[in-house]
Design a protein around this ligand. Structure first.
Ligand code: GLN
Length: 202
């Protein structure tokens, strides 16, 4: 078995290119995913930052919402940043009308939670599972996690709010490691994808 995992980036809207680059640096084969057929060909998937309402509507329109839900339920490794975190939440506190999520993480998220004055900022964030110096967290109209269920691991907090979580094969951050050139969080996700592939091939 070729050891290099193939990881898709959901390419409906958002910062797709930055994730493709970060994944390639973290030793994965990275490719954009728009259609249900493309989803069947990947070992893992990133849902990028952008606008969660738009990504949600386009996912329904392109027919990938349902297949994606099914694959996530089956254990497909997924990583969502910012809008992608919102897409992985089982529940949004303040959804726009018609806004759906893929779900997969037993959490409630609040969109645009860090407030108007502070819509964008950077902060050093210690992330569980990422060795070395704190990660530079880039927060852009970022959500935070209001609450998590018992099966969810909290990996990072900022200002008393949860900003990184993992449940099984699903990982989510409020911030955007793909914008910093520090690809340790992507490397953590690539390791999750490798571990899942190894478990499946036993
Ligand atoms: N505020 C955006 C949303 O609700 C997320 C912003 C981002 O991804 N940078 O989707």
């Amino acid at each position: 078995m070729n050891d290099t995992p193939v990881i898709g980036v959901l390419a409906l809207q958002g910062d797709v290119r930055e994730h493709l680059t970060a994944l390639a640096v973290a030793d994965a084969v990275a490719r954009p995913v728009r259609r249900p057929e493309e989803l069947t060909e990947v070992d893992g998937l990133v849902i990028p930052g952008g606008e969660s309402t738009t990504i949600s509507k386009l996912a329904v329109l392109f027919g990938v919402m349902e297949p994606l839900r099914a694959r996530v339920r089956d254990g497909l490794p997924v990583y969502g940043t910012c809008a992608g975190m919102i897409m992985l939440a089982d529940k949004i506190l303040d959804p726009r009308s018609g806004q759906e999520t893929v779900g997969g993480i037993d959490m409630i998220v609040r969109r645009n939670a860090f407030g108007r004055q502070n819509e964008s900022f950077e902060a050093a964030v210690e992330v569980e599972g990422v060795a070395g110096a704190p990660v530079e967290g880039v927060f852009i109209r970022a959500p935070w996690v209001e609450s998590v269920g018992a099966g969810v691991e909290v990996l990072a907090e900022h200002g008393g709010h949860i900003v990184a979580v993992r449940q099984g094969n699903a990982l989510a951050t409020s911030f955007h490691p793909e914008l910093t050139g520090d690809h340790r969080v992507h490397a953590l996700f690539v390791d999750m994808v490798r571990a899942e592939r190894a478990a499946e091939s036993l």
